[in-house]
Write a protein of this length. Structure first.
Length: 730
């Protein structure tokens, strides 16, 4: 009996919560066994994360670690030793690693128990084994001596390589297309024989025989069409799930310095995937698949009608010319439409997010004027597109009707000359309509094709944006007791083409040791917040180096860095959902004890206790149901839930009153006793909690040292101390 491969998702209802820890421990054991050591953050990088690890994610995790893996369904007797080690799923939800077999006994590793092993008899394994096993082998990586350049080793185009994985569906659909078009000839030959043989001879027995045959052919054609539609839809659905995940993962991993400036335009660019998806999963593919069979119909038309087939052949050439003629103007109009739709969508997102500010400054009219201008531009390009598509559709109808008229006109004369029968003429009319149908539909598909083509070009640009993580590299884990260093670091925010890029950070040299508590102050626009963002690797330096324990940050896994270096921005952004969901969004697997611990440390327990729903209270979109100070507490708590070694805070008390600020600072000191803390602030009360002071001005460090010494130096130079004048605010 051949082993059966499990479904691609390999979703098995294990029903036991211990599955998560067991599966994850098994993945890490396999990584260590195949000398692909990695961290939890690296395994989850770029993957959907929940409190429970699903079997379908196991293969994706191992793929990222350089290990090829796949679930298969096998009986215990089929677990051959040459496949070891194998991860087996048990009925109680646990995963075990099968490493050896001694006669009728099996040696299994318990990964969550530190790698200890147990022995099971064949009967015990049969009783507990669920039937699914994970085959895993490390992938070989070519070195610098290989002749194939590394640029050619990719997995191909993000769209076409994904569709290629489902080629067996399209092969089957192509076979169905062949049957459909061959069986379509049955109606033509049926009518020809009825007119030429049955009617003149009153051959009713022949009529019923022909009718039975053509009904059978029609039934087979109907079935083939249903099968083709199912295959295309099924392949499209499977590809759609993967393609959507690929695009969203790219969206989440783009380097912020390369992100488009407008969030709305960026979202519209992602939304264009709908056009591509509709084209590759709809009847469009079926129509295009029918096009080659026009040649078959032309051949049959010449067999039936001789020179009369020149009429539908000429109509086909005209339709092809019409389809080619409208491509260029449609392409231009679709590009204009995409650009104008992006502007309109960007304005919509901006207006929705800033509606409170617009009302406060009475700017509704200005935004409405811009909305109407963009809508008018979009409507104008839409009218042009619609007019062109209507012209094409009407032309198809005209050509089809003229083809029928000319065919009948010429055919009557050929019948009169004895060169053709009445049945042949009727069959010619019927078959010519069938031959022209795919071409006519293709002209109608021109609009959708150009829309999908333009959208694909836009999505290709999205997929070409550099990302924070290079999956072809093997990163180092972030070291413990981290010391951060910056050497000759420079940074500039991106600017539109032909515009200068002002330097925000210039020749920064710093070293922050583990456990230090550092404050960064400076005037508005001096680069304080940017410095924190670069240290958090939200942005990469243009020049210079960011080091951790002397190791270039580029060598550290970005996912591991995000857990080692926590960042809390001044604008505490929350997401629609409950308080619990926002707290655990970065670490869904956190236990209730961990959650309660950070809530008490940050003082967020009062916010939880004062609401009847507790952790399940809704926070609203962007956290609007909470105050500014409460949002900052939530932001700090969710960052602490990641257990960072370095905590970067940007104006953490800007939205708090004096009493809340005092309590916050007390909690912060208790919560970060084992952390390195770097705070951007302009409040003297915050400075009192810190030991070292760095002064930034015009993108450069102008003072750095113990807090009291730097403050005395500032006072001696007649510079205002932080918290004494508003000039030191951001």
């Amino acid at each position: 009996m051949n082993p059966t491969t499990a479904p691609a998702t390999a979703e098995v209802d294990l029903g036991v919560s211990s599955q998560s820890d067991s599966l994850l421990a098994g993945v890490r054991w396999l990584c260590d066994h195949f000398e692909r050591p990695t961290t939890l953050e690296s395994l989850y990088a770029g993957l959907p994360r929940d409190h429970k690890l699903r079997p379908s994610l196991v293969t994706r995790m191992l793929e990222q670690a350089g290990i090829g893996a796949g679930w298969v369904k096998r009986r215990p007797a089929e677990l051959s030793s040459y496949l070891f080690p194998l991860m087996l799923l048990f009925r109680n939800g646990e995963a075990r690693i099968l490493v050896a077999r001694h006669g009728e006994e099996f040696e299994l590793v318990v990964p969550e128990a530190g790698g200890g092993s147990i022995t099971m008899s064949a009967a015990e394994l049969q009783e507990n084994y669920l039937g699914y096993a994970l085959l895993a082998r490390p992938k070989s990586a070519p070195d610098a001596r290989t002749e194939i350049p590394r640029a050619e080793e990719g997995k191909g185009h993000w769209l076409f390589s994904t569709l290629w994985n489902y080629r067996r569906f399209y092969y089957s659909a192509a076979l169905s297309t062949v049957l459909i078009n061959i069986l379509a000839l049955a109606s033509t030959f049926f009518i020809m024989n009825v007119y030429d043989r049955v009617v003149p001879n009153q051959a009713y027995v022949t009529l019923w025989s022909l009718t039975a045959g053509v009904v059978l052919a029609i039934a087979f054609e109907f079935t083939s069409r249903q099968v083709r539609a199912y295959l295309i839809d099924n392949a499209g659905k499977k590809a759609d799930l993967i393609l959507g995940s690929i695009l969203f993962r790219q969206l989440m991993e783009v380097r912020l310095e390369h992100k488009p400036p407008s969030a709305g335009s960026f979202a519209n660019q992602f939304r264009e995937f709908e056009s591509v998806r509709d084209f590759i999963t709809s009847a469009s593919l079926a129509t295009l698949a029918d096009l080659p069979f026009c040649l078959l119909f032309v051949f049959v038309l010449f067999v039936i009608g001789g020179p009369l087939a020149q009429v539908p052949l000429g109509a086909m050439i005209v339709l092809l010319g019409l389809c080619a003629y409208i491509q260029w103007p449609l392409s231009r109009l679709m590009k204009e439409n995409l650009r104008e739709a992006s502007q309109k969508h960007g304005l919509l997102i901006e207006a929705i997010e800033g509606v409170e500010t617009l009302k406060a400054v009475r700017a509704e009219g200005s935004m409405l004027r811009r909305w109407e201008d963009f809508s008018a531009q979009l409507a104008a390009s839409g009218i042009k597109t619609k007019a062109l598509s209507n012209m094409a559709a009407n032309s198809v109808s005209l050509i089809t009707q003229l083809t029928t008229v000319i065919t009948v006109l010429w055919g009557v004369y050929r019948i009169g000359d004895g060169d053709m029968t009445q049945g042949a003429l009727v069959g010619m009319v019927l078959l010519s309509g069938r031959a022209l149908a795919p071409l006519g539909s293709s002209v109608g598909l021109a609009v959708r094709y150009q829309q999908a083509k333009t959208a694909l070009h836009s999505l290709n640009q999205l997929m070409e944006i550099p990302t924070v993580r290079d999956n072809s590299r093997r990163y180092l884990d972030a070291p413990k007791n981290a010391t951060l260093s910056l050497r000759k670091l420079k940074f500039s925010y991106p600017a539109p083409p032909m515009q200068p890029r002002p330097t925000v950070l210039n020749n920064i040299n710093l070293s922050i040791k583990h456990g230090e508590r550092v404050a960064i102050v400076g005037s508005i626009g001096s680069g304080k917040s940017t410095l924190l963002r670069v240290m958090a690797r939200l942005y990469l330096p243009g020049e210079g180096q960011l080091l951790i324990n002397g190791i270039d940050a580029e060598q550290i896994d970005p996912a591991d860095w995000s857990s080692t270096v926590g960042f809390v921005g001044q604008d505490a952004r929350l997401f629609f959902g409950s308080l619990r969901e926002n707290l655990m969004i970065g670490n869904p697997a956190a236990s209730s004890e961990e959650l309660l611990h950070v809530v008490r440390l940050t003082g967020l327990d009062a916010v939880v206790a004062n609401h009847p729903l507790g952790f399940d209270r809704p926070v609203g979109e962007m956290g609007q149901a909470l105050s500014g100070g409460q949002r900052q507490l939530v932001a700090l708590a969710r960052t602490l839930l990641l257990h960072p070694q370095v905590l970067l805070l940007d104006e953490p008390t800007s939205g708090m009153d004096m009493q809340t600020e005092r309590l916050f600072l007390q909690r912060l000191e208790a919560a970060t006793r084992d952390c390195t803390v770097v705070v951007v602030t302009h409040r003297f009360s915050v400075l009192e909690q810190l030991e070292r002071l760095i002064v930034v001005d015009a993108g450069q460090v102008v003072a750095d040292g113990p807090k009291d010494e730097v403050l005395r130096a500032l006072q001696a130079n007649n510079s205002p101390a932080p918290g004494k004048a508003p000039a030191t605010n951001r």
